[in-house]
Design a protein around this ligand. Structure first.
Ligand SMILES: Cc1cc2nc3c(=O)[nH]c(=O)nc-3n(C[C@H](O)[C@H](O)[C@H](O)COP(=O)(O)OP(=O)(O)OC[C@H]3O[C@@H](n4cnc5c(N)ncnc54)[C@H](O)[C@@H]3O)c2cc1C
Length: 467
């Protein structure tokens, strides 16, 4: 079987590539190869077990149709300023134009028409005034919130649309290698995801790699093996912070998500808030290499009493060490080791007092952890001095914008690490130095969010239709 286009990975960037192709032409044979299951068969056993059982061979939260997006709560950031570096590659105006285009596709498939963060101008001005006082920048970013359960419905409809339109989707198949001859892509070598057996080669004129953050390690190996040009990227080291909704009420109501950026003294690294979840839940995702990483999401209807958000400190390396993924992994391993393989949680006040948090002390606070199997302990023993200081100084600054944010009972969960890492060298059509080989979405290092990954997919699909 020979395909016109083989897409590796059914995350938003991969599925929007296929979607845009079949919306515009019916004469292309398109295949998606996806390691995980179809969206209707994805299921995280934690709902029954109440504790993460580290599913093997992959985590159902991050793997399967719609990628890391399916079980995320689907906050679509509607500004080119948020979600990655794509504007640097193709220009801000084009990215904004395609955000609006892609947003309409999400609406067609049933997204909530309501957009958060565009009203209450006076209230936004007041938040910005406080941010300036604290030395932070408030980024304007309207948000369309799909909600965890609704996001799954929308992606289910997209999955059915693709299948009805003749796209072949091979679930439970992992791409092990890329077939390249004389600097030109020829296809991919696939195997069964569970057994790693039944290897076979699928031929395609063009291959689109859209393997997400979880594919970062594999893609790095491919880059080295096939001399795909790339450069070392950034790694974000951080924590997930959880407070009572009452503390975040104003920001939640006015902005839904506060995008704040600072460069705290003395290191001046970029530190930012990310993925804010009003009434949300802290969650755990597991990487194939057994790393437990914290995250967060919120449902459209089911609400908790807490708000969580990430605080991330960005780090780059040059000489003699330039392997951000390795650095992030070591930090995650150390935090996991202190939590006996689980997510660690510590109260902000205990950090200030130079002590660990004990499990029974968590019961004494107003804020109750929404990740019940997180283990109380000492994050500061594992996160290096530089990111830790950045995070603590940022929390202090946040307290000016959100009074009570830096209270003693505020919870810090770790590790929250974003492995964007290797940036693949691509041209404006997203083609690598290998003819016919393209790279998209979070795996390319150019995006870091649902909307930007989807936009890259749309542009890729349109490019594929041009022949
Ligand atoms: C818990 C959580 C919450 C999030 N919340 C938000 C949010 O609210 N808003 C937001 O903008 N972003 C959010 N994100 C980030 C967002 O989900 C990602 O940025 C987005 O999904 C990236 O899309 P992608 O297509 O690049 O990759 P992914 O969605 O990661 O998809 C990659 C796919 O490739 C498959 N794959 C990998 N390697 C192979 C291989 N070798 N062979 C075959 N298949 C392979 C994987 O199984 C996966 O399905 C969240 C992420 C998580 C984990």
């Amino acid at each position: 079987m020979r395909y016109d286009v083989i897409i590796v990975g059914a995350g938003p960037s991969g599925i929007f590539t296929a979607l845009e192709i079949v919306r515009h032409t019916s004469d292309k044979k398109v295949l998606i190869v996806e390691k995980g299951r179809s969206i209707d068969k994805r299921h995280c056993p934690k709902e029954e077990t109440k504790t993460c059982v580290s599913c093997k061979p992959y985590c159902h939260i991050t793997t399967g149709f719609s990628g890391a997006g399916a079980f995320s709560d689907g906050k679509l950031s509607l500004s080119y300023e948020v979600g990655g570096d794509l504007p640097k590659l193709i220009g801000s105006n084009k990215v904004q134009e395609y955000i609006e285009y892609t947003d309409k596709i999400y609406l067609e498939f049933g997204a909530d028409p309501k957009v958060e963060g565009i009203e209450n101008n006076d209230a936004i001005k007041e938040i910005r005034r406080k941010a300036i006082e604290a030395g932070l920048k408030l980024v304007d970013c309207p948000i369309r919130h799909l909600g965890t359960e609704k996001a799954q419905e929308i992606y289910f409809k997209i999955q059915n649309y693709l299948l009805d339109s003749g796209v072949d989707i091979r679930f439970g198949s992992v791409v092990k290698d890329i077939i390249i001859e004389d600097g030109e892509v020829k296809g991919v070598q696939v195997a069964d995801s569970n057994t790693k057996e039944n290897e076979n080669i699928l031929y395609g004129d063009r291959v689109v790699l859209a393997t997400g953050r979880k594919g970062a390690d594999w893609l790095k190996d491919m880059c080295l093996k096939h001399e795909i040009n790339h450069s070392a990227g950034t790694v974000d080291i951080g924590v997930r912070v959880e407070v009572r909704n009452e503390i975040m009420e104003k920001v939640n109501n006015v902005l839904y998500e506060s995008k704040l950026i600072g460069y705290p003294h003395p290191f001046r690294n970029k530190v930012r808030t990310f993925c804010q979840n009003p009434g949300g839940f802290v969650s755990q995702e597991n990487y194939d290499n057994n790393l437990a990483i914290v995250n967060g999401h919120s449902y459209k209807d089911k609400k908790s009493e807490n708000t969580n958000l990430a605080i991330l400190s960005s780090h780059n390396f040059s000489h003699p060490f330039n392997q951000p993924i390795q650095y992030g992994k070591k930090v995650a391993e150390l935090v996991n080791m202190l939590g006996n393989g689980k997510i660690l949680v510590q109260r902000y006040g205990d950090i200030l007092d130079g002590k660990r948090t004990w499990q029974d002390e968590l019961e004494q606070s107003n804020v109750k952890p929404t990740l019940p199997d997180a283990v109380a302990g000492d994050i500061t023993s594992a996160i290096p001095y530089r990111p830790m200081m950045n995070i603590l100084n940022f929390i202090r600054a946040m307290n000016t914008v959100v009074p009570g944010f830096a209270s003693r009972e505020t919870l810090l969960y770790g590790p929250e690490i974003k492995f964007y890492s290797n940036k693949i060298n691509i041209d404006q059509n997203f083609e690598t130095n290998i003819k016919g080989l393209y790279c998209l979405g979070d795996s390319s290092g150019w995006t870091r969010g649902l909307m930007m990954a989807s936009v890259m997919g749309v542009l890729m699909g349109q490019r594929m239709c041009k022949g």
